[in-house]
Design a protein around this ligand. Structure first.
Ligand SMILES: Cc1ncc(COP(=O)(O)O)c(C=O)c1O
Length: 335
């Protein structure tokens, strides 16, 4: 079986499981879990923020960032197709009472587009409070926002009094694609979320990083949502292991995505939307659900995004020879 549905499907390695089994733990709701404390300190240091909060999922990290930096009736601005306003069950509306303005296309977004979309300062309109940028952008096929674009948006946000959140579920992929450190990429943001359970290969967990007062508010909302966890150092240990061992190898996933895209381009009837910038490839097929079903029968799993497009994601459990086998399977399926 070759599973290209997502980079969330990886399983913890024996060494990661050993680190989990040996973790020192305490009750984290009382702030007494030393392994969680180590992970939070490490995350804060990595992204260059004062504090970090360990949460169960990327979804919770995003929703806490939104809830902590807005009030009901406010508006947030996000890329069209952004996870936080597309794939989080309507959380921004239901949990935060926030209206979402979607800007740009295909994962791209500019400061000028945001400036045009901002509602006027008038009682008729929601009050714009927060810009959420997703880097890399999942729905568009892992597109990476450049450092310059982020800085221009940060300058606009500062000028208009908007807070800036980074959904960096794949922050390390984004930094690799931009050729900068994670800290440099994260620098313009008030809050930064990143996931341990995607390319980094941990079974669960995300971090929300930012200033202490913002995170104190987020911690309270985490409790409200039932996200206060107890002897969770067992999971934090997997995160620490992932940060120690699984960051450098992300370049392999990017290379495998490029190899997959090059092979797909040679299969008649299939077309890659654009060369992949990270570990996600989106390609077009005349009948995407049918192709996905056929491939599945032959042991290759992918996700149809809609009637015509398919997403394939490379990750630590996919080798170069798996990519070649996936291409051979797809060639069989279209003939
Ligand atoms: C860009 C992005 N943000 C947030 C999330 C949510 O992460 P989780 O599945 O841990 O809730 C995902 C999940 O795929 C994602 O791709």
């Amino acid at each position: 079986l070759i599973d290209l549905r997502s980079d969330t499907v990886t399983r913890p390695s024996p060494d990661m499981r050993r680190a989990m089994a040996e973790a020192e733990v305490g009750d984290d709701v009382y702030g007494e879990d030393p392994t969680v404390a180590r992970l939070e300190a490490r995350a804060a240091e990595l992204v260059g923020k004062a504090a970090a909060l360990f949460v169960p999922s990327g979804t919770m990290a995003n929703q806490l960032a939104i809830r902590a930096q807005t009030e009901p009736g406010d508006a947030l601005i996000a890329q069209t197709g952004a996870h936080c306003v597309t794939y989080e069950g309507g959380g921004a509306a239901a949990l935060c009472g926030v209206d979402a303005l979607r800007v740009g296309a295909d994962g791209a977004i500019t400061a000028d587009e945001i400036a045009v979309a901002l509602p006027p300062d008038d009682d008729h309109f929601p009050r714009a409070r927060l810009v959420c940028l997703e880097n890399t952008h999942n729905r568009s096929g892992g597109r990476a926002l450049g450092v310059r674009t982020q800085r221009e948006i940060a300058a606009l946000a500062a000028e208009r009094g908007l807070r800036l959140h980074l959904d960096g579920a794949r922050l390390f992929n984004a930094a690799l694609a931009a050729g900068v450190s994670v800290r440099e990429l994260a620098e313009p943001f008030d809050t930064v979320a990143f996931c341990l359970s995607k390319g980094l290969g941990a079974p669960v967990g995300s971090l929300l990083c930012g200033a202490r007062d913002t995170l104190r508010r987020a911690r309270r909302f985490r409790k409200m949502l039932g996200g206060g966890m107890r002897q969770v150092g067992i999971l934090a240990a997997a995160g620490l292991y992932a940060l120690d061992h699984n960051v450098a190898r992300l370049a392999e996933d990017h290379a495998h995505a490029a190899r997959l895209a090059a092979g797909l381009a040679e299969i008649p009837g299939l077309a890659v939307m654009r060369p992949p910038e990270s570990n996600i490839v989106v390609f077009v097929a005349p009948d995407a659900p049918k192709l996905v079903a056929r491939a599945r029968e032959r042991g290759l799993r992918m996700n149809a995004l809609d009637a015509r497009s398919i997403r394939a994601v490379t990750h630590m459990d996919v080798s170069a020879s798996d990519v070649d086998r996936a291409l051979a399977t797809l060639r069989e399926c279209v003939t």
